[in-house]
Design a protein around this ligand. Structure first.
Ligand SMILES: Cc1cc2nc3c(=O)[nH]c(=O)nc-3n(C[C@H](O)[C@H](O)[C@H](O)COP(=O)(O)O)c2cc1C
Length: 182
């Protein structure tokens, strides 16, 4: 069923950033949605194994950074390595939102959220944030759409073989669904 979801449900793709007393970090997230108009609320679904998960709980604030179509390198930078092992902000230009969440200077928009609620949803936690600051940093630029094939590629020699589905799901789950602690 995962492959059908990937064809039938579309997402944007964002960098969720956070500051605690001791550190800053960010991770790529596709599982993000607006969930309320009044108050304006956004939701990000984060696996408990992500370093960012504990940092958001500790901080009480997080920011959602919107990327443009041509910023796949940033998606990979924040999405394939954990902040437990490296400083993902090294060499990355950013500024602070009013409550301290780091905002990527390259983002086309950002939303700083106060953590309002959390819910367990299967193997993820839903963080519901009330938007306290929202800014469009670059107008007339379309936000990036998440196409799984852009980030979870299956080698072409496997694509017409029976193992394609299994291999795709393996790669997809390794990097996206199942926890990874690299
Ligand atoms: C395209 C893409 C989308 C992702 N979306 C999510 C997501 O919505 N939720 C999640 O928990 N992890 C998601 N991930 C995985 C995290 O970004 C990844 O595990 C990251 O290394 C976690 O970093 P951290 O340990 O520093 O928090 C995604 C990864 C990629 C490449």
């Amino acid at each position: 069923m995962h492959d059908i979801v990937s064809k039938g449900i579309s997402h944007g793709i964002y960098i969720v950033t956070v500051r605690t007393k001791n550190t800053i970090n960010g991770m790529t997230a596709a599982l993000i949605s607006q969930v309320s108009f009044h108050p304006l609320m956004l939701m990000v679904s984060v696996a408990p194994e992500r370093y960012t998960h504990g940092l958001i709980k500790e901080s009480g604030y997080f920011a959602i950074n919107t990327l443009a179509e041509n910023q796949k390198d940033i998606v990979k930078h924040f999405g394939f390595k954990s902040g437990r092992k490296i400083d993902k902000f090294k060499g990355i230009s950013y500024f602070d939102a009013p409550n301290g969440s780091p905002v990527l200077s390259e983002a086309i928009a950002f939303f700083e959220c106060r953590l309002a609620d959390t819910f367990k949803a299967g193997d993820h936690t839903l963080f519901i944030g009330e938007v306290v600051t929202a800014k469009l940093l670059k107008s007339d630029i379309q936000p990036m759409i998440f196409r799984r094939g852009d980030f979870f590629l299956v080698p072409s020699y496997l694509q017409n073989q029976n193992i394609f589905r299994r291999d795709f799901l393996y790669l997809f789950q390794k990097y996206f669904i199942l926890p990874h602690q690299r």
